[in-house]
Structures are given as C-alpha cells and as structure tokens.
Ligand binder design. Sequence first.
Ligand SMILES: [Zn+2]
Length: 437
Amino acid sequence: MFDTLIRNARIITMDDAAPIIDMGCIGIKNGKIAFIGKDEPPMVYNAADIIDARGNIILPGLINTHCHAAMSVLRGYADDYNLNTWLFDKIFPAEGRLTEAAVLSGVRLSAAEMLASGTTSFSDMYFFEPSAARVIEEIGIRASLGNGVTALSDDFDFDTDRGVWETFELIRDWHGAANGRIRADVSIHGEYTSRPDVWEKLASLASKHELVTQIHVSETQGEQLGCIERHGMTPVQILDKYGVFENRVLAAHGCWLTDEDMDILAKRGASVAHNPVSNLKLASGIARVSELLKRDINVSIGTDGCASNNNLDLFEEIKLASLLAKGSSLDPTSLPAYDALKLATVNGAYAQGREDEIGMLKVGYDSDLIMLDVHNPRLQPIYDPISAAVYAANGSDVCLTMVQGRILYKNGEWFSIDIERAFHDIYNVAVPLIINR
Ligand SMILES: [Zn+2]
C-alpha cells in the first residue's frame, strides 16, 4: 500500500533510461518513490491518498545550488551597482546590522518563495546557519548549509571566528539531520575575502567529515585579476595549491575561469554553480557553460541571493542558462532543453553530494517532486513536457511541491509556513534594521 499515489501525470523523470512517462503513475511510500510507470500498479486503490494530476507535468523538485536565503530581506535594497560597490558599500554594512531574528525572517520568506516556485533543495551560504537549520527542519524543505568563512582582517583567529564555530556546530548538530534533509557544508566565502592558512584548515575539516565545500570563484574580472596580482595565480589554481579541491567543491559563478582552471576543475570532479541572472544583473560576466560541460565538469544552477537577482525562481535561471549558451555561441543547439533542466536536477543533486537521494524520479529515490499546472494558456499545447517546463513555464505554474513525500505547498497554500507571520516578521524585524540608518 502506498501513502500517496499520483495518477494521470506527464512525468519528466530526468532518468536517461526513460526521461518521459506519458500519463503515468507515481507511488510513494515512507517518503520514497516506490513505483513509477505508465500503467497503474495493481495496488492502486490501496493508496491512502490518491492525487489525480489531470495531465499536469510532474518533475523532480528543483535544486538551487547557490543561494543566500536570508538575503531576501535585502530584495530591492541596492540595485544597479557594480559588484564591489554593491558588496562593500551597500550589502556588507546592511548585513552587519542584521540580528538572528532578522536573518531567520529572511530564511522563512525564501523558503516560502522556493516551495511556491518549485525548489525543494538549496545550498546556502550565510551566517546564523545553525539557527536557520532549526527553521528548515520545521518547514520541511531540504538544505545544505555553510557559513561562508571570511578572514578580512589580520586579527582573524580560526579558533574563535564565528564562521568557523558555526561550521563546527553545523557538523556536530545538523549534518544528516531531519531524516537527511539537512547537511553541513564547509564554506569559504572566496579567495578575495580570506587567505591560505584558512583554506588549508577548512580543507582538512571538509576532508575529515567528507563534506562539500561551497565557495565563490572567479565571479568578476576584478577578482580574477586581483588574485593573479596577489598570488601570481588564478583563484582556482591557488585554492587547488592549498588543498581545497581535494574535497568535493561547489564553486559558484566561474564567469572568468580560464581553460587551465577548467582542466583543474575537471580533474578534481568539482561542480560549478551557474548563476545567470545574478551575473548579468551585477554585470559580472557570463560563465562558459558549454565549455565546462564539454570537459565533463558538473554544472548546476543557482539564483544567488535576492539582493542581486531579485527572486528565487529557478525556472527563470534554467531558461536564461539555455538562452545565454545559445546567444553567446550563435548556436541554437547549445544547451538544449533537457540538458538545461539537468542543471537544476541531476547535476544539482551531484553538486550537493545527494546524487543517490534526489534529482531524478526513480524507484528508491526520495520523493521530492513538483507539479506544473498545465491548465493555463502559457503551457498549451504540449508537444514535449520538457520543452514546456524549460521554455514556457515559470515558477508561478507550480501548483504542488513535495519533499520526502510530504506536501509542503499546494495551490497557493503553505502547510508548514505561516505566511502572514512571515510577512509580518519581514516588515517588523528585518526592514527597520536595514532602512533606519
Ligand atoms: Zn553568492
């Protein structure tokens, strides 16, 4: 007997063996996919809950591999600046004023936005992450959390630094928690905000606990050139020298990676999180996604924070990734729809170290899935569900979001988030800290 059975769905499995099941069924038991196929299983009428998808599209929950969830409190606060002015003059000072309650209000708002637009798992880099983990456990979304350690001043002390002790706390209290939904990542904010002895220590911590390492890499030309000036090498080369890439690395951006950098990433099995909207908005550059994929580098996708996006709609990112690959190569066959969707599913799962858990709809995988309501002029007619999902849909077409078999969002309603309270907290807890200066 299944806990839930979904019938009459156009299923995009993202399993290369059978990527599409037309008018199929998914049986869910104990949070996992127990059946998936075209014909209804014999025990269909035994399911505790039967959902008629009415021809709607079902696909794996999307995976946002580069995010700063709490930054939704800064949505629209500092638009139209270059990255350095934006980061050092606007964002860092505002972030310095954020209390734990303000950060958590942003995490809650972002979780609500992600669930409503089809994201079921995200990789986060911020501070107050152990407290964010409590919110995430309660909401039921999936997340890989890391405090992006920075060592900007000479008096940085590894043993007392807040980013470092938050990392230890995450590893001790949260790695594998909430039925595996929460993972601790090691996180280095970037080459330009820290230094070699810190990288070495964090690399050995990641290796000891077999953790993914999140890091911003080669986002802007200034970062790339500055690093060459400081170290005589690119960020990838110097980080590799200090052992960072001996672990599974999730490198965000990569707009300015050289061919040699890509060879290192390929050799090390690293992932690159492509953030097309944020990179365009901050005019940082355009990552050479087709080149990365040609070298068999795992490319995933991210939104970055809401201060540089300004939303968390992965459908927008997926479409833009495909369009940028086509437009920058003058080749319309670049990054076709299925490959673009892989960035946000299969590749995202690998980037998070969850390739045996999520990213595909397949027996034995966790039941993290989303449904797109196709009873909408924007999505009609449907010749190919993958084309509909990649080129026509947006996040507001999501009508149901499930994580580990539990429905967290359906038709405008959140079941684990009090949305009125979330809005109230944003305006009463976070916004006054940001504007009253
Ligand atoms: Zn970022």
